[in-house]
Design a protein around this ligand. Structure first.
Ligand code: PLP
Length: 402
């Protein structure tokens, strides 16, 4: 802990929770209303239809007053039965945690992936999924579970390719996808990609505090829920979907976070989803330019799946990444993401999601560059200067302010 109160705003540059814009904080400060009253029903209907646009779905989206982990459990427990065989893909720490949860719930997860650390540096290999499903002639595999944006590494997998892999072998498994950190940062198409359950959360691209999470469902997932035998009560979709038709929930919803969601939807849809995605891509590209120029390595090894949400930065062999983070926190009042699981101490993560813009990214990179130098790392060049060049190059224009 710091023994002084640092000046200015804390730079929260972890890959979620992301900074909450003032507009959203103000919206959430309104008095809590009766969650059975008419005013609430109108709010409920508005947020439930607005969030469908973000998932690109015409199917129901369930909103839980829970963190993302709750929505993970809801996705599994509504669609599967004890002992069901599920195919999960190891992209990183969050995929590993989801698998651990599947085990705890009494499922039989099979973990597919590239060996060692390699799998944590690349996206989901859809051909491996196709191959595994082709061998499953008895259709014992009931679901395929993948993480869209692996927050522990900075890799955004190609979900359309996973859908294609499943279809290419005519396998009936459900497709469950975690886009907790991808939603409203990277393009995501629940209906078009034939995803059966999409799991997401509030505290990343939606720019809200932690505390609400989502299940977007498909007709096939709802059908599966009718025979799924895993015990569930709070997470059960049936009554929630029924009451949501008129804008209410069977329990006390997180009213103030729904005010925030209403505001966030207004901001995101006002900017335009495609502009939001392009902004994230632009900032991520500038961030990677900085990392390259410092002479450091980006965690993700495949340019086709670089994450627009965050960039994982490997520290040189023998340099503890958490020591670098500590210097930056103490000297510059900025939080960066720690290395998780297999990457502990080997990398730090720079979040550039949510309301991030060119100048917040530049300040973030400046903090990183100064911190890297203070930690005694010899840099090959100024990443800050390179990122500025990148962001001010022609063809990189942001939509002009009116
Ligand atoms: N999945 C991914 C990809 C995440 O990034 C996170 C949180 O960072 C989770 C799952 C877990 O969500 P929560 O911490 O909100 O329970």
């Amino acid at each position: 802990t710091l023994d002084f109160h640092p000046a200015g705003r804390h730079f929260l540059q972890i890959p979620g929770p992301s900074p909450v814009p003032d507009r959203i904080l103000r919206a959430m400060s309104y008095p809590t209303i009766d969650h059975r009253g008419p005013e609430f029903g109108a709010l409920g209907l508005k947020v439930l239809s607005g969030i469908q646009k973000i998932f690109k779905t015409s199917q129901p989206v369930i909103i839980y007053p829970a963190s993302g982990t709750g929505a993970w459990e809801a996705a599994l427990s509504n669609t599967l039965s004890p002992g069901d065989h599920v195919l999960m893909y190891e992209t990183g720490h969050f995929a590993t945690l989801w698998k651990k949860m599947a085990e705890a719930l009494g499922l039989k997860p099979e973990f597919l992936g590239l060996p060692g650390i390699e799998g944590w540096r690349r996206g989901v290999q859809a051909d491996m999924i196709a191959e595994r499903l082709r061998a499953d002639t008895g259709h014992s595999i009931k679901a395929v579970c993948v993480v869209h944006n692996e927050t522990s590494t900075g890799v955004t997998s190609n979900i359309a390719a996973v859908r294609k892999a499943i279809d290419s072998v005519g396998h009936p498994a459900l497709l469950l996808v975690d886009t907790i950190s991808g939603l409203a940062c990277a393009d995501y198409r629940h209906d078009e990609w034939g995803v059966d359950v999409t799991v997401s959360g509030s505290q990343k691209g939606l720019m809200l505090p932690p505390g609400i999470s989502f299940n977007a469902v498909s007709k096939k997932a709802i059908e599966a829920s009718k025979t799924a035998k895993l015990p569930r009560a709070f997470w059960d979709w049936t009554e929630i979907i029924e009451m949501n038709k008129v804008g209410y929930w069977p329990y006390t919803p997180n009213t103030n976070l729904l005010y925030g969601l209403h505001e966030a939807l207004d901001m995101i849809l006002g900017e335009g989803l495609d502009n939001v995605f392009a902004r994230h891509q632009r900032l991520a590209a500038a961030c990677r330019t900085a990392v390259d120029t410092w002479g450091l390595e980006v965690q993700c090894k495949d340019a086709a799946v670089y994450s627009p949400v965050l960039t994982g930065v490997m520290t040189p062999e023998g340099v503890d990444a958490d020591a670098v983070r500590k210097v930056i926190y103490e000297r510059f009042n900025m939080s960066l993401g720690t290395g998780l699981g297999k990457m502990k101490g080997r990398m730090f993560r720079i979040g550039h999601l949510g309301e991030a813009n060119e100048l917040t990214l530049m300040a973030t990179l400046a903090g990183c560059e100064m911190g890297l130098k203070l930690a005694g790392i010899k840099l090959a060049g100024s990443g800050v200067a390179a990122a500025m060049e990148n962001l001010s190059a022609s063809g990189q224009e942001t939509p002009r302010l009116q």
